[in-house]
Design a binder for this molecule. Structure first.
Ligand code: NAP
Length: 265
């Protein structure tokens, strides 16, 4: 059976890749897009998509009611993504959210709504399968090497810091590591922020530069040794196998899952 999909943010860097992935996947059908700038137009009116007969809506609710999709893929920004996700659940649509910057409170609220509506939903701060492995390996290492710092690097258009992946990595590590201050107990920052963000004593450093895509290094230090676990996304195509997997999984579930690692064994 075909899965009917709507994409929010189809002109964005991630959204464009998602349009390609959905239109190239045999069992997926792109039935609409949510784009605040081209309401009432068609994808074949928009630059780059002369062959694509897909209606464009600026209002998510109108889109869901008119085209009745199974799945929403959201690749916008945190404020918009939250609104789209809520509207999707209220309209019987299963959300697959790549947009980053959701807080724990947002996830909890949306999780309750998904449970109430008995709809599968996925929020994944990172859809790159290699990045999921980096997080899993980091959790494994932290059990034996609890002194750890995370350096994440992204392009300079990214709005949230630290990245969702860095926070997720820290959360996974904290499941196996006691909260612990690192560095010298009397250390002082002579320039504010020099030691990065503090997550239960783990430091997270965010680098933003043009030319970067998405990169993360997790550095563990031990007596006379260091271990570095690194993942690089070279382009946004790297996220699409994970988005596809999430759409398939959302169709089979009836709760919200936070993190692709829960659907990859
Ligand atoms: P981007 O290139 O800036 O694209 C964002 C898109 O969202 C733009 O097309 C923008 O349209 C649209 N948008 C913004 N506000 C909107 C609104 N109110 N209503 C409808 N559309 C709106 O960003 P990107 O690099 O594609 O990233 C998108 C999101 O995915 C970010 O949150 C990013 O952190 C996240 N991301 C996730 C992963 C993952 O694996 N989960 C990987 C990479 C990025 P306008 O042109 O009208 O502003």
């Amino acid at each position: 059976m075909m899965t009917r999909i709507v994409i929010a943010g189809p002109r964005g860097n991630m959204g464009r890749e998602a349009v390609t992935m959905v239109t190239e996947t045999e069992e997926f059908e792109l039935v609409g897009v949510i784009d605040r700038k081209h309401d009432g137009m068609n994808m074949n009116d928009v630059d780059g998509y002369p062959q694509l007969d897909v209606p464009i809506f600026s209002d998510a609710e109108e889109c869901f009611q008119k085209v009745e999709p199974d799945v929403l893929i959201d690749l916008t920004n945190p404020q918009t993504g939250k609104v789209h996700m809520k509207q999707a659940l209220l309209n019987g649509v299963r959300p697959v959210i790549g947009t980053t910057g959701f807080t724990d409170d947002d996830v909890e609220e949306l999780s309750k709504l998904a449970e109430e509506k008995e709809l599968g939903a996925i929020i994944a701060p990172n859809f790159a399968i290699g990045a999921i492995l980096m997080m899993k390996f980091s959790q494994m290492a932290a059990k034996y090497m609890p002194d750890v710092e995370i350096i994440e690097q992204h392009h300079d258009k990214k709005l949230d810091a630290p990245s969702g992946t860095a926070v997720k990595t820290a959360q996974l590590i904290s499941e196996v590591r006691e909260s612990k201050e690192q560095g010298h107990p009397e250390e002082e920052e002579t320039l504010r922020g020099a030691r990065g963000a503090d997550f239960e004593g783990m430091r997270i450093h965010s680098v933003r530069l043009p030319g970067l895509v998405a990169h993360q290094e997790v550095i563990f230090g031990g007596e006379g040794q260091a271990l570095k676990i690194r993942h690089d996304s070279m382009n946004r195509r790297s996220f699409m196998p994970g988005v596809k997997l999430a759409c398939e999984a959302a169709m089979k579930m009836n709760v919200l899952v936070y993190g692709l690692e829960h659907i990859i064994e």
